[in-house]
Design a protein around this ligand. Structure first.
Ligand code: SF4
Length: 222
């Protein structure tokens, strides 16, 4: 776990804060069951692989308080992370379910749930400093897996701000695309593991496993 001291109290994005304040609980739950606040990353702070999503799901991470926990994207992803050796168990049901990540850290580019799961450009920019703090703390990271184009672009903007990339257009997004960075890290793209992408066949277990195995090869050999 990486501590971001100012994260929990952050209310920098008025549109997002207003959205969370009125977000109804899903059937069978009460709003008091919900985290309803910025969601910190979790996992191994000495990880060599960092998996970066877009933002908490309204009734997944925003409810459970842990990235990809309690929604369709996580239900798809966590068993495959386990299969690839990145965790101690395939299930991720709630924030104290005993899940441990091995050599992996998971967080989101935007730490709060945005309306329609679409942060604005300003909200991405507001939250960039938190992602950057994580990146600086993750000193062993060799591979950044960005899930989906938006997280990928957000990672690129952070890297550009730190002088590691110049033109964003030189780094087109795609599934399993991979770019070396001048600091020895790698940026790896993956289609997002959203329920929609799984249902439409844009991503499946085999193609996501391909990305995970690619990350494992890169972390070992570069
Ligand atoms: S999205 Fe990020 S910057 Fe915006 S309120 Fe949440 S934590 Fe703060």
């Amino acid at each position: 776990m990486i501590l971001l001291p100012k994260l929990r109290q952050c209310r920098r994005c008025p549109r997002i804060v207003a959205y969370i304040e009125q977000l109804p609980a899903k059937k069978g739950y009460d709003r008091s069951d919900y985290h309803n606040a910025p969601v910190a990353g979790f996992g191994d702070s000495a990880a060599r692989v960092w998996l970066l999503g877009l933002a908490p799901g309204a009734h997944g991470a925003n409810r459970s308080g842990r990235p990809f926990t309690g929604d369709g994207a996580g239900d798809f992803m966590y068993p495959l992370l386990y299969q690839a050796g990145f965790s101690n168990q395939p299930q991720a049901s709630h924030s104290d379910d005993g899940l441990c990540l091995y050599d992996l850290y998971i967080s989101n580019a935007v730490k709060c749930v945005p309306p329609g799961n679409k942060p604005t450009a300003e909200e991405f920019a507001n939250c960039l400093a938190f992602m950057e703090q994580e990146w600086r703390c993750l000193k062993q990271v060799r591979v950044i897996i960005a899930l989906g184009r938006d997280a990928f672009m957000s990672a690129l903007r952070m890297l550009r701000r730190n002088g590691l990339v110049n033109r964003l257009a030189d780094y087109p997004f795609g599934h399993d695309v991979c770019y070396p960075l001048p600091n020895g890290q790698w940026l790896l793209g993956s289609y997002h593991t959203s329920r929609y992408n799984v249902q439409t066949g844009r991503i499946d277990a085999e193609s996501f496993m391909q990305v995970l195995q690619h990350a494992q090869r890169l972390r070992e050999n570069g």
